[in-house]
Ligand binder design. Structure first.
Ligand code: NAD
Ligand code: AKB
Length: 314
């Protein structure tokens, strides 16, 4: 498509960035999508790439001006399990990184910002089933606290400074193209790799821990959709609930057994169990559906079929 957009993806070598950059380049053209991360990876040979630490405002400003960036997708963050090990660093990165980008937009150096939130904004006092958009939010992890504060700041910058910032509360994301980066839902990716490699998996969550999840192609579609829709349709400027499907380790193991009948799973819950227990089991995303037409394409069976197909070929 013809475009006047120049897009910068920060944290592009991670689980989401790897797939997002690929799809954005298909849509906007390779040269209009600048990937960036702390270090150059193989991505650097596939198109424009800049080494950026999101905490370094000088480098950030230089890159934005050099490429005449119009939109930023900010993916750099510490996820739930890693942030619990380094709470102060997690808070600093997740909050200051966001401020640095929101301020670029406030100064009109960029026109639009995407920043992901998470189901981690919810906490133990939130209704667990069909969790609504607006409800009790008392996150008990540093990651969840940073995401909830981030949501408040996004809405504040929109209301006070007309910053066009858009956000989704992703559930746990599952994909075959990239590895997850330190979250509580990572087991749902590891399980596929171990099932294919070893025929067994030792899960760090207990067997009946149900969590909201989504297949990566749906997450990428939602992300690009909300960034492309008319501003008037984005009526929530904190972050939108987004739902795919929910399952427990037992349920996904049963799906995998349809492909690998001898697959076995064991359970050794660790500190991530407590995080998972504080999160919802299913999400109500009516507002996203009503406001900008969100609809997922994959359920658990379809995702498992597609994961198996790609990972076995790999
Ligand atoms: P990830 O950990 O896989 O990737 C993050 C990337 O950011 C890494 O490549 C890392 O090198 C980079 N990074 C870290 N510090 C940086 C810095 N100072 N400057 C520049 N880059 C830096 O994470 P992800 O899974 O791709 O998640 C991206 C975003 O989506 C995060 O905000 C995360 O909270 C959110 N999210 C992810 C999920 C999920 O299931 N993956 C779910 C909910 C929300
Ligand atoms: C994590 O487990 O930390 C992420 C998330 C749901 O935000 N996958």
């Amino acid at each position: 498509m013809y475009t006047t957009e120049k897009i910068l993806v920060i944290g592009s070598s991670g689980q989401i960035g790897t797939e997002l950059v690929h799809t954005l380049r298909q849509q906007y053209g390779v040269d209009n999508v600048i990937a960036s991360d702390l270090k150059a990876t193989t991505q650097a040979s596939e198109g424009p790439f800049e080494v950026i630490d999101v905490m370094n405002t000088t480098v950030l400003n230089d890159v934005v001006k050099k490429h005449k960036i119009t939109q930023v997708y900010l993916l750099a963050a510490l996820l739930s399990a890693t942030a619990e090990k380094m709470p102060k660093f997690g808070w600093d990165l997740n909050m200051q990184g966001l401020f640095n980008i929101l301020d670029l937009a406030k100064e009109k150096l960029i026109q639009r910002v995407y920043w992901p939130s998470s189901i981690a904004v919810f906490g133990p006092n939130t209704p667990k089933q069909n969790t609504p958009q607006f409800t009790v939010m008392e996150p008990s992890t540093v990651y969840g606290i940073s995401k909830q504060a981030g949501e408040r700041w996004c809405e504040y910058y929109f209301n006070k400074y007309q910053v066009d910032v858009r956000s989704l509360r992703y559930p746990g994301l599952i994909g075959w193209q990239s590895a997850p980066g330190g979250g509580t839902t990572d087991y749902a990716v590891h399980i596929f790799h171990e099932a294919i490699k070893n025929g067994s998996y030792n899960c760090f969550l207990s067997e009946n821990t149900t969590l909201p999840m989504m297949y990566m192609p749906d997450a990428i579609k939602a992300t690009i959709d909300i960034m492309q829709v008319d501003a008037a349709k984005v009526k929530i400027r904190s972050s939108y609930n987004l739902s795919g499907f929910s399952f427990s380790p037992t349920e996904i193991a049963n799906e995998i057994r349809k492909h690998i009948p001898q697959f076995s799973i064991s359970y050794s819950p660790d500190s991530r169990q407590q995080i998972a227990d504080s999160w919802p089991q299913s999400i109500n995303d009516n507002e996203a559906r009503l406001h900008w037409g969100w609809k997922p394409n994959y359920d658990l069976t379809e995702m498992t079929n597609d994961m198996m197909l790609h990972l076995k070929n790999k």
